[in-house]
Structures are given as structure tokens and as C-alpha cells.
Design a protein around this ligand. Sequence first.
Ligand code: IMP
Length: 179
Amino acid sequence: MKEINFITQNRGKVAELRVTAKQFDLKINHIDASYPELQADTLEDVVRYGLAYCQNKFPAPFIIEDSGLFVDALRGFPGPFSSYVYRTIGNSGLVKLVGDGAPARFKSLIGSYYNDFKLFHGQVKGRIVASRGRSGFGFDPIFERDGRTFGEITIDEKNAISHRSKAAELFVKWATTVI
Ligand code: IMP
């Protein structure tokens, strides 16, 4: 079976990527390590910086992933600053800031290093609502799509529609042809 290393400290992301990878017979090895996350205006800048940092420190082929919640009315904020916002004002603070029902989208960017760097994008549209449900992680309980929040659905249901699964599918399809 083909294998790839996923460098992240977020177990939720690993679990989600494994759902997609399994369908294509790709094994994801979790490397529980951190790398500097650049505070930049785009996910692309954050991921490119992370890939360059990891290139000589971890065994290839490997991937990293950066994601964020982009609120339309705030012109995409918090976006690449999502983890800072999550740590500071949290889910209830964000709902207060943007108001119940605000349109938003999650974006995911997977960066891979094999012989070269490659990027894979995914996004899902929804709206911000008062917290419901306990599954998933991060902003999942306040992100609603089709009447249910990501906190109210299973990992398989989230994976059928999520930003990360869309990026993962593009990545996994590419990986299984070149690795
Ligand atoms: P990072 O990609 O680890 O920097 O995460 C950015 C922020 O967005 C963190 O606070 C995550 O909790 C949040 N986030 C990223 N993806 C998701 C998701 O799928 N569900 C909920 N929150 C997410």
C-alpha cells in the first residue's frame, strides 16, 4: 500500500483525511509535530512557507494542511487568522461578532512535497449560527450547511461535503498516480 506522512498536531484533520485516503488505498501516517505557521494574508503563503520549512526535516512524501473560516461580510476574515480568533474569542465570540446566519465558507489547502511542492484546494459554503452539536472540532458547531451544523453530523457525513475532503480527494487522486 502507498503511504504518505501528514505533519500536523490536529488529530481531527488526520481522521478526516484517512476517510478519503482509505477509499483509494493510500495510508496516512500521522507525524505529530509542529512547524512555524506564518501569519499571512493567504492560505497559500502559510502553506508554501510550511512546506519549505518541513522539506529537510521530515521524510517525503509528506503533506501539511492549512484551513480557515472565511466570513463573506468580513471580506474573508478570520481566514488565515482563524486559529488566533478561535483561541481568543472562540465560537461564541465569533457568532456575536458576525451575527446569527452570516454567510461564510470553510477553505482547506493541502500542500504536498514529493519531488516538488503541490497545492490542492477545497471549500464549502454555509452560514454561522449559534453553537449546536458536539462532534468535529474547532468551528464545526457554529457552521451550518443544509440545516445542520458540522457539530451535528458524523465524520462520514462531514467528509461527504467538507472543504478538507474536497482538497483531500484532489490530493489523493494525484498521489495514487505519482507515488
Ligand atoms: P489551522 O488550519 O490548524 O491553522 O486551523 C485554522 C482554524 O480553523 C482552527 O481554529 C481550526 O479549529 C479551524 N478549522 C479548520 N478546519 C476546520 C474544520 O473543518 N472545522 C472546524 N474548524 C476548522
